[in-house]
Ligand binder design. Sequence first.
Ligand SMILES: Nc1nc2c(ncn2[C@@H]2O[C@H](COP(=O)(O)OP(=O)(O)OP(=O)(O)O)[C@@H](O)[C@H]2O)c(=O)[nH]1
Length: 510
Amino acid sequence: MFKRYSITFWATVFVGVVCLSLVGVDVWRSLNARSEQLQEMERLAANVARAMAQQADDTIKAADTALADVVERIETDGQGATPLARLRKQMQWHVANLPQLVGLFVYDQDGRWIVNSRAVLDQTYNNSDREYFIYHRTHTDRGPHVGEPVISRSSGKWIIPVSRRIDRPDGSFGGVALATLDVEYFRRFYQGFDLGARGAVVLVSNGGVLMLRQPYDSERVGGSMRDTELFLHYARQAGAARTGSAFFRSSHDDEVRLNAFRPLEHYPLFVSAALSREEMLERWRRDTFMRSIGVVVLAALIGFFGKRLVNQIRLREQAEKQLREARDALESANRTLERQAMQDGLTGLANRRQFDVTLGNEFSRATRGGGTLAFIMIDVDYFKQYNDLYGHSAGDEVLRAVSKLIRALTPRRPGDLTARYGGEEIGILLPSTDASGAWAVAERIREAVEHLQLPHDGSPFGQVTLSAGVAMLAPRRGEHLAGMLVEAADKALYQAKSQGRNRVCIADSQ
Ligand SMILES: Nc1nc2c(ncn2[C@@H]2O[C@H](COP(=O)(O)OP(=O)(O)OP(=O)(O)O)[C@@H](O)[C@H]2O)c(=O)[nH]1
């Protein structure tokens, strides 16, 4: 499979995979960083919410403890001048020691002040119309009640009323003890948290009234949160699920924020610390953008240099291919040249050079192995006359036709060789052949040429014929030479010529 594709293909694939991996790893890393950033922000918001809830709980608890003390005293000591004077001192002490307290107040059953933490008691104020007063008059429970924020009639500040019911000895409604908490006190605490430029924190009653929001907006204090996604979500939760976080779009400024919400432990309120999603992801976006530029530049560089490398490889491959083709062409040309060097151009038979080499080899082999070596020398009769009569080209044609016939009729054993010996003479070398075998071959060729009946008016036979001389030698070292075989065949040929031509003669054995 690997061989099917070129090295340039694999180099391109490699560069592509490297670039894609680089981008892929960066995308994966960026998504991870985004989710980590969100998780970290979620933890931060949850911690702020916990701190806010704890602070609100502690703040109200401290005021409520003072309130419980006031209720206990007034119910135990009654409303005489002396106990009320002592109670005022006690109330003043509480207010002086609890910075969140604006004041402590006690109202009779009609809503008139009977004692408060102030030095002067102004009888003109009547708070029987306040929500917390109506609540205690109509509810007998003795627990604390956290009311909606109101603007204090005495101080003009936004306050959160925390109140308890005062019972007469017979259990009937005897009035209300009230502690007013300074909204500003909460605000100062909330200002200490850094939730970014677009973050927000809220303190909300379980009834959906906004006690405080930071960034502060006095218009919104005491307003309704009941239609907000945050409140609707929180109101649907119960138990442990009331502590959690979720993204909500703010109805106030349309900002999408991650809200970490949490209820107060002892009072019917909850807090929410919210971080802007856009702001949370801003740093991540900036980092991702910068790194993406780096990765894109790197991938582009790798791609650029990779392409150049691939081009180089392609060029080298092309050069190698051309070299291979040139080498093959050269080898083929060499083979042709070699063949041509050993072949006769006119007849296609082996030439004299090859004949001499083969004769030398076969002679040595026969000498070593004690075998025989036969040789036939063939010569076209009256060829000079043929040339003179029909022209040299026609003579060539005859030579070609005779050669073709001889090649077809010559045995093809290893070592057999038919060669153009020179001029119109053709020699046939037949190793391991005796004289009669060679004579039979020569005679078959002579007959075949005779049967061709090529017209030759210059010959007494009236057609092209040939004569052949056959010689055989069992060469012995030191006694015979290769040339002796040719000489003997030549002599036999001369004999055939002198005996009238168109015949085969065998040389005397040596
Ligand atoms: N057309 C042609 N003629 C050739 C070629 N090589 C040699 N010859 C001619 O062959 C002739 C050989 O003649 P000789 O051997 O003297 O005698 P011959 O005419 O064949 O007569 P005998 O051999 O005595 O029968 C010469 O005329 C050469 O020119 C060749 O390649 N082509």
